[in-house]
Ligand binder design. Structure first.
Ligand code: SOE
Length: 387
């Protein structure tokens, strides 16, 4: 049976959700909803995305829509995802799951009782070499993990005329850089190591405390506005460094920032074990560095024939044919639809698939980081609701 997908919130990421489902082949793009019928019509034309709805409620009322992709700004995640769950639709939400931790908890609880698939797009899990690193660590190839570190650095907010809804706590949520991209790093670190972060100590900073905001929020990566706008005070963080403690005893640290010239989408993760190290960088995703103490280091380039069987399914092209961001994104969406077709039973979901439970867990982490900073830089424990 062909599944129908509807998308709510046609901004930057919407085109990639549409691209991913089109590549699955057995999903029909039924239509999209935006902030008004006019904006939805415009985007439906631009994206060749079926019909336009006057709002998300109209989209949810359409029986042809089985799966709802929620790509609204963060402050609307709760409202739209909750309504979709209540309407019995499968939900694929953009990250973070919600604007605040209590909202994320509410969505997690609602998803537990709704018999539908519930997915959050922590899309960096979808890279073949990320799955390879995960498999190698699970199989003990680098021994006991002792240090997990890295960064997620961008520069698209460097200019003070660059402005996004993510910087407004009412729209972006309680945090900015941490929720927008720190959330990805934390999810990846836990997913790859299989360990949980149990305590954090965070230092947050606002490098650009005042911006010339254009009348409308620009799309991510749109750059600086051409003309000056209203001056706005910025209180949310655009730079953060966090020390981490994991439940297996490993220590860690991560820095996230969106005002760091030259860094476009620079997510790096390194795990040092007692018997070896692994490092992966999002901007060169077809290479996994494998470090040794007493023999030569190596670089594993993405080659399906050399990958662990659990990672091989995430690589679709032969060696020498690079796969990148859109392919990894598609892999996570493909896993979501595999779960949906499999009858939406949580135990049937593919292992790489991030659920609302992972989204809630992630928001607990970001919340603990905010609390740690607010307390003047004190270690803050992180609750683990999944165990
Ligand atoms: C902007 O920082 C952004 O588009 C994030 O919102 C995405 O989650 C990340 O994948 C790329 O950067």
């Amino acid at each position: 049976m062909k599944l129908g997908m509807g998308l709510v919130g046609p901004g930057f990421i919407a085109a990639h959700h549409l691209d991913a489902v089109r590549r699955l082949g057995n999903v029909e793009v039924v239509g999209i909803a935006g902030s008004s019928l006019e904006s939805a019509k415009k985007r439906a034309r631009e994206l060749n995305a079926g019909q336009a709805y006057a709002g998300y409620r109209e989209l949810l009322a359409d029986p042809a829509v089985h799966v709802v992709h929620n790509t609204t700004p963060n402050h609307l995640h709760r409202e739209v995802s909750l309504a979709a769950l209540r309407a019995g639709k499968h939900v694929i939400s953009d990250k973070p799951l919600a604007a605040t931790m209590p909202e994320a908890r509410e969505l997690h609880e609602a998803a537990q009782t709704a018999n539908v698939a519930h997915v959050v797009t922590f899309n960096y899990r979808g890279y073949p070499l990320v799955q390879q690193a995960r498999a190698m660590i699970a199989k003990g190839k680098i021994g006991q993990s002792v240090f997990v570190h890295g960064c997620y650095l961008q520069d698209w907010l460097t200019d003070e005329r660059a402005y996004t809804w993510r910087l407004d706590p009412k729209l972006g949520g309680a945090s900015s850089a941490l929720g927008d991209i720190g959330s990805h790093w934390c999810d990846l670190a836990e997913h790859v190591t299989g360990a949980r972060i149990v305590a954090v100590l965070a230092d947050l900073h606002t490098v650009v405390p005042e911006r010339e905001a254009p009348a409308a929020s620009a799309k991510a990566f749109a750059g600086a506005a051409k003309t000056a706008g209203k001056r706005r005070k910025i209180t949310s963080e655009d730079l953060a460094s966090v020390l981490l403690r994991f439940d297996n005893g490993a220590r860690g640290c991560v820095t996230v920032g969106q005002v760091l010239p030259g860094h476009k989408n620079d997510l790096r993760l390194e795990v040092n074990g007692r018997e070896g190290s692994l490092a992966w960088r999002q901007e060169q995703p077809n290479e996994l560095w494998i470090g040794h103490h007493a023999k030569a280091n190596t670089v594993l380039t993405r080659d399906p024939s050399l990958l662990d069987p659990s990672a091989r399914g995430y690589a679709h092209l032969p060696a020498g044919h690079p796969e990148a961001w859109a392919d990894a994104f598609r892999n996570v969406i493909a896993d979501a639809y595999a779960w949906i077709r499999g009858g939406a039973r949580p135990e049937a979901k593919p292992v790489a698939l991030p659920t609302f439970a992972d989204g809630y867990r992630n928001s607990l982490l970001v919340d603990a980081m905010l609390k740690s900073h607010a307390a003047g830089g004190l270690w803050q424990p992180v609750e683990n609701p999944l165990e």
